[in-house]
Every structure is written in C-alpha cells, then in structure tokens.
Design a protein around this ligand. Structure first.
Ligand code: UTP
Length: 307
C-alpha cells in the first residue's frame, strides 16, 4: 500500500482508497421481456444514454478509477459501447460533427473498464464473487447496472465518504412505503449518529430479504449501491444458495455485518429501478424533464396530455 492509496480513519486505522467498482450486469432481465430477449437490459436507453452509462458516470463522479463489469451471454453490446469506435469517430469528424465525435470518444476515454464473465446467472452475490480476482485485496464499490440515482451528489461518493471516515463498509438505503417492503431487502439496525453523517447512519444488525410488511424490521430498503471491504468475498464463498437457488448478496452482507460491522446509510437522492418497466418509465420521464436540450419542450408536451 502506498501512502497515496491510504488515509487514516479517526481511530488512526489506515483506510485504503476506493478505486474500483464492480457493475454486475449478467442478469437475464426477465422483468423486461420481450425488450431483453436479444439485448441487455443495462443497454436500454433512458432519454439518450444506455442505463449502464449513467452508472459508469456515477462511478467517475465518485472518483472511481477502474470499473469491472460482470457480463454474461448476450451482453457483448455493453463491451462495444465502452470500446473506441474509430470508424464512427472518423465519419463524424469528416462530416464536421466534431461535438458528436467528441461525445463518442469521451465514452471510451472516461475510465478504465475491465470485463469478467458470469457463466450462469447464479445470483447477484455470485456475480460480485466472480469479480474477486480483478478487485484484489482492497475496498470497492458495487453499483447495480440497472439502478439509476441521478444528481449532483453521487450516492457512491456518499458511501465512499462514510467508508473513508470509519473504515467500515456501507450500503445505501432509502425509505419505502410500509406496504412495499416485500419487494426489497430490508435493514434491521440501530441509529448510530455521528458527525458529519448525523442520523443518516445506522449500524446494521440484520438484513431480511423481501419481508411481509407485518414482519419487516424497518422500512429502509437496500438500494443498489454498496462500498465493501474485500472480506465480503470470503463471506460470499461461505454463502449457500438462498432464494431462487441463487447466491444472494444480501446473505453475504448479513455475515459481513455480523463479523466486521456494516453501515446502512440513508443516502441523499432518488433511485429508479430501471430494470422494471414502471421504474424505467419514471426514470425516462423525470430525466427527460431535467435534460437541458429536451426538458422545456417535453414539459410543454406533457401539459397538453389529458390525464
Ligand atoms: P436483478 O435481479 O435486477 O437482475 O439484479 P435480473 O435477474 O436480470 O432481473 P429480472 O428479475 O430477471 O428482471 C440486479 C443486477 O444484478 C445483475 C443484473 O444484471 C442487474 O444489473 N445480476 C443479477 C447479475 O449480474 N447476475 C445475476 O446472477 C443476477
């Protein structure tokens, strides 16, 4: 570890910088059929960009230097998207479209991207485990490739700040309506306020996958952003297949919370599950309204609709 790679937490334990992010993108996307029959759901376009580009941009805005995308069969469009396109760039330059040529070039230049393959979609926990060798022995972020959290204050950066201040892993949570807890992983924990994070920080005691409202220990749902120590890999190695015969990340996180501690952080922002049809539509409408080129016209159009 070099001095540049580490800093001290308040209790003087050196904390390694979070440089890498794993983006699991090997799922089958069955909630979005038939759109996902022959194309990755992470490549479905929200306004003018594929979902996974928003996620990669959140990584860059959070200071991540190396993105590891976990792909699978039928996902090669993701690799093509982040690759350079000399022919297209050349064509655009020759036709005087310098701005578009730059836009295309910027996608492949924005960050180092590596790929690893999950041979079978054996669960989110398994997808993270597949990235073990590429991550190595350092803390890393995980961002789900189909969850969008737009905004100036990236959720991943918020978690990195918690990790760098405390030396402990952190997962993003948000409040959901009580009657919807059965759709999420739900956190059981104790408030652990501390500056500068205040009441947003909770110490996780347990994690419950999709509890009925009457059994839910809280209404704080896991949101698809994580900053984890490398110890999560050993936890996942020991995790037996759970719901759906898949290795669940939530089960590995429960072990991690018990053995090393883990924060839940009520992040600032709004998430969209764009792997779900309704979530995708909400993301499309709201991001179109925020878009500098389209927003005003789109808002005017929406107002003409008789709802
Ligand atoms: P999801 O549960 O949303 O993905 O996982 P899915 O299995 O593709 O979705 P449905 O339910 O069939 O529609 C969240 C993220 O984890 C990835 C997915 O690609 C998605 O980005 N994932 C999931 C994997 O990489 N591997 C898996 O085995 C499962």
């Amino acid at each position: 570890m070099t001095t540049n790679d580490s800093q001290s937490s308040p209790n003087s334990v050196p904390v390694r910088k979070v440089r890498k992010a794993v983006l699991p993108a090997a799922g089958l996307g069955t909630r979005f059929l038939p759109a996902t029959k022959a194309q990755p759901k992470e490549m479905l376009t929200v306004v003018d960009k594929p979902q996974i580009q928003y996620v990669a941009e959140e990584c860059v805005a959070s200071g991540i230097e190396h993105i590891i995308i976990v792909t699978g069969r039928g996902k090669s469009a993701i690799e093509d998207h982040f690759d350079s396109s000399p022919f297209l760039e050349d064509f655009l330059e020759k036709h005087g479209k310098k701005q578009q040529a730059k836009m295309v070039r910027d996608i492949s230049d924005m960050v180092q991207v590596s790929y690893t393959r999950q041979k079978e979609p054996l669960g989110l926990g398994h997808a993270v485990l597949v990235a073990r060798d590429l991550v190595g022995d350092e803390p890393f972020a995980v961002l789900l490739g189909d969850v969008l959290i737009p905004g100036e204050n990236p959720a991943t950066k918020q978690l990195i700040d918690v990790h760098e201040a405390t030396g402990v892993g952190a997962i993003a949570v948000e409040e959901v309506p009580r009657d919807r807890t059965h759709l999420y992983g739900i956190v059981a924990g104790e408030p652990a306020p501390q500056p500068p994070f205040g009441a947003r920080l909770l110490r996780i005691r347990d994690l419950v996958e999709k509890p009925k409202p009457e059994n839910a220990p809280s209404n704080l749902a896991i949101t698809g952003r994580y900053v984890l120590p490398p110890a999560i890999f050993d936890c996942l190695e020991r995790t037996k297949p759970g719901a759906g015969n898949e290795i669940q990340l939530t089960d590995g996180l429960r072990t991690l919370a018990q053995e090393q501690g883990l924060w839940a952080y009520i992040y600032e922002g709004i998430s969209y599950d764009a792997g779900d049809k309704l979530g995708f539509l909400k993301a499309t409408v709201e991001l179109a309204l925020l878009n500098s080129e389209l927003g005003a016209d789109f808002r005017a159009y929406l107002k003409t609709l008789k709802l």
